[in-house]
Design a protein around this ligand. Structure first.
Ligand SMILES: Cc1cc2nc3c(=O)[nH]c(=O)nc-3n(C[C@H](O)[C@H](O)[C@H](O)COP(=O)(O)O)c2cc1C
Length: 274
């Protein structure tokens, strides 16, 4: 089908535990809104209290929906919530952000999810952000160059929509999507980090910021060394702690982190459809 701009808002939507997805989505959405002359609104669904209801799309709106890549796919804990979304025919840009290894089938999964909920995809992108596990993998990304690319992507998407854009957008990846990426140890055995949780060292001053930042609401604010729910290893508490007081000491997690740092040292590319 052919899509045109219906005169509505641009709605920038993101889940972003360490802020990299937020940065590129905001940049793309701002440039898109400028080209379209549309009002810009934000919908941040990182924290649990924001995920009680889906974003409200109106006819003619254009959404930019950004998610980080976890194990080559969308974060699976978010799927029940994302499956409550309803696009009502809105145009949408699916955006994923990956940490220098690969985005595998994540962009395909996002395109398929959005299309199945009556959003119409017409452009898409995979950007690169500093890996949640590391400070050296894609360090500092998205950087100035990435943010310029993100803005240009939003601009080009806006111009395409004004001309009339084909939907759905073509993206790389398997359809139906393949399995989650499986880290392995030296002997080739799967590393299972699902039960691994971050710990707290003596520098912690109990400020409670980590509990407030946890996208799963899993850290007890009254005792931040205690988990009340699952840890998805998103990095929010680790990177958000001003005292650098949170850490992982699980050998499997640390092995996987180092393997990624050694295996993917270069500058991973951005993929975009426009
Ligand atoms: C549990 C988990 C799994 C991840 N899996 C991948 C992956 O398969 N490929 C990759 O390149 N980056 C992977 N990453 C890195 C994130 O995609 C990257 O850090 C992203 O920038 C995080 O986005 P955010 O800052 O918006 O939270 C993973 C991160 C986490 C927390």
């Amino acid at each position: 089908m052919n899509l045109t701009y219906g005169g509505g808002r641009v709605l920038a939507c993101w889940f972003s535990a360490t802020g990299t997805t937020k940065a590129v989505v905001q940049q793309s959405a701002a440039a898109l809104a400028e080209v379209l002359g549309a009002p810009l609104e934000h919908f941040d669904f990182t924290l649990p209290q924001a995920r009680t209801a889906p974003p409200e799309l109106r006819p003619g709106d254009v959404a930019v929906v950004g998610l980080p890549v976890y194990a080559g796919r969308l974060p699976n804990v978010l799927l029940p919530y994302l499956n409550t979304w309803e696009g009502g025919g809105a145009a949408v840009l699916p955006v994923v952000v990956y940490g220098n290894r690969n985005f595998d089938d994540a962009l395909m999964e996002l395109r398929e999810l959005l299309e199945s909920h009556h959003f119409h995809t017409f452009a898409a992108a995979a950007f690169v952000g500093e890996h949640a596990f590391s400070t050296t993998l894609a360090a500092g990304r998205p950087d100035e160059t990435d943010l310029q690319e993100a803005a240009d992507f939003g601009r080009q998407a806006g111009l395409a929509l004004l001309r009339g854009a084909a939907s759905p957008v073509d993206v790389p990846g398997n359809c139906p999507v393949g399995p989650y990426y499986q880290p392995r140890d030296r002997a080739g055995n799967p590393i299972d980090i699902r039960k691994v949780k971050s710990k707290v060292n003596a520098d912690c001053d109990r400020c409670g910021l980590c509990a407030a930042l946890c996208p799963m609401g899993s850290i007890d604010p009254a005792d931040v060394s205690r988990y009340t729910g699952i840890c998805i290893k998103c990095g929010a508490c680790i990177k958000g702690c001003p005292k650098h007081a949170r850490y992982y000491d699980d050998p499997g997690y640390l092995y996987h982190k180092e393997e990624l740092e050694l295996g993917y040292p270069g500058r991973a590319p951005i993929w975009r459809s426009l």
